[in-house]
Design a protein around this ligand. Sequence first.
Ligand SMILES: [Zn+2]
Ligand SMILES: [Zn+2]
Length: 417
Amino acid sequence: MTLGEAEMAFLQKSFQEYYAEASSSLQPPKAFDKREFGFIPFRREKSMMRHKGFKSLPDLAAFLVNFTPSDAYYSSAYYERPEAEDMAGKGWLGADLIFDIDSDHIVTSCKTVHDSWKCLDCGLEGWGVEPEKCPRCGRRRIEADKWVCEQCLEAAKRETLKLLSMLEEDFGFSQAKLEVAFSGHRGYHVHVADEAILKFSSEERKEIVDYVSASGLKASLLYPELRRRSTREVDFSAEGWRGRIARAAYSLLLRKGEELKELGLTGKAVRLLEENREKLLRELSAGDAAGIPWKTWERLLQAAASLEAALVDTVVTTDVHRLIRLPGSLHGKTGLKAVLIESRKLPEFNPLTEALAFPEERNVKVKIVKPKPLKLGGAEYKFKAGEIVEVSWSPAVYMIGTGIAVLLKGGLQPSEA
Ligand SMILES: [Zn+2]
Ligand SMILES: [Zn+2]
């Protein structure tokens, strides 16, 4: 999607006004002068401007007002010379541990409502997540039309909460070392700034990803006695995954038969579980799973592992030179703020009300070109294609930036208000 000239100018002017007011809401990373900064300009050619360094927050704030980028990033790494143009010359000192959780990668039922795709070769269209190749012609030139809704963001939050609990309970990071940030669009970032991980290599970071995402986790390795007939220990209070899958498998047993079948249990197994549920739960609480056929129990533990795994993006965590969105800056597509959230406040955080950047008083007239479900600032918007509407500033920026609306000629410009 490419924005028109007027739309791009509107967004840049809006962002500039935000940055002129917002230097206090910028949340700079620690060891500020050791970070590399990068920016994407408001231009058709969206190449990133990298290798910038700033000595102070006022310098950065002034740059944001004068240059007004569409997106602003800083490095998870610390460098001796962040401005050096080649990586070797920068003098890498270490990097925070970063996790990226993106609702785009999470299967949610809402995607069949708001996402669609089209085969660019044969024209076949469909709803939901795009297939890897076209089911009709088999080619791979597929154009996806994606959207993010409240349900998508909730799903991303659930993954983030699972990750946080593992970082605290299994890795022992204190809450003070964990920072959560809403990305301004589709998900959350978790930053761990701790001496212990600072010098970790990509491979070491990959092992952490594998751990939190339960990659390659086999229930039978955590419970070698799984196939034994007489007694089968269930260790709810065990540290790490051994306890985690036991607790989660127990709660799976409380689910309805239909849901159990969806986890891959056979009809026979489900009947057995349903008919003996009370007794089995009682035995399980006492720490023994021998009443459940071992194959069924193994499947439950394995299903529990995939439900408890945190879906994080491997590439982001293993890249020790990664640039990540600057908290307090705006997302170029949505105009929402990247917001830092205390990890204990994440459950209550609502990005669709708390990440709005623009004052409500100003209205902007826009024309809807591609209707999508939108909920922002407590209001729910339902539009038809071609409709002309007047909305307040934040939703106007969101709609124009995501390309679902265009600026109406003569519609109120922020500079005129
Ligand atoms: Zn096709
Ligand atoms: Zn959704």
